[in-house]
Design a protein around this ligand. Structure first.
Ligand SMILES: Cc1cc2nc3c(=O)[nH]c(=O)nc-3n(C[C@H](O)[C@H](O)[C@H](O)COP(=O)(O)O)c2cc1C
Length: 186
């Protein structure tokens, strides 16, 4: 599907509108992007995450995770990361380069945890062992410890968007920064 958005500002606005929708609509394809991070020894790592909140004005994306997960230590060492989104409805791929800050305490984290703690997803942050650690019995992974949640909020500040639209006859691609814009060869 080739969209009617023509000007850079129209496309930028529509990207952020779709990101906002994705954070509220569990069926939106952009709800579950891939987050790629730099790992030790020049390696890379990537995994699916849920987009929990979007602030279009601040250019911010929010993801929740277990504070013991490898991605948290990777981001602690290299805060530059990349989200990759694909929507077949829009025929849009979006790559968002971000700088991520990790929060594990404070009023913002408490407010998010208040929401999560009443949901079925709360157990994801109460597991007895850390994500990626050896698991002798997968049947017991659902067992949560009653202790403190290992809950972390990843706040990703978008620094650059790489937008690709697949059209029937024509593809379009653009690099979008806060104050600049350029068309690229797809
Ligand atoms: C659809 C889907 C959504 C997921 N959402 C999250 C999420 O929001 N946060 C998260 O930490 N892991 C999420 N995961 C699990 C991650 O993909 C990953 O397996 C886990 O976080 C461990 O990643 P790491 O070892 O790179 O830290 C999700 C997985 C799937 C399949």
């Amino acid at each position: 599907m080739q969209t009617n958005f023509q000007t850079p500002e129209e496309i930028r606005q529509h990207i952020w509108k779709e990101l906002g929708r994705a954070s509220r609509d569990r069926h939106h394809a952009w709800r579950t992007p891939v987050l790629a991070t730099a790992a030790d020894n020049g390696l890379v790592n990537a995994r699916t995450v849920v987009l929990r909140e979007v602030d279009a004005t601040l250019g911010k994306l929010v993801v929740f995770t277990d504070s013991r997960s490898p991605k948290v230590s990777e981001i602690g060492k290299q805060q530059t990361a990349l989200f990759v989104f694909w929507s077949s409805r829009l025929s849009w791929q979006l790559r968002a380069r971000v700088n991520i800050s990790i929060q594990t305490s404070g009023p913002e984290v408490d407010a998010y945890w208040q929401q999560v703690s009443h949901s079925a997803g709360a157990k994801d942050y109460l597991a007895q062992t850390a994500p990626g650690s050896a698991c002798p019995d997968p049947a017991k992974t659902a067992e949560a410890s009653p202790g403190i949640p290992h809950f972390a909020v990843l706040s990703a500040q978008v620094t650059e968007l790489d937008w690709l639209e697949l059209g029937r006859g024509n593809h379009r691609r653009a690099r979008i920064l806060a104050d600049r814009w350029e068309w690229l060869t797809p």
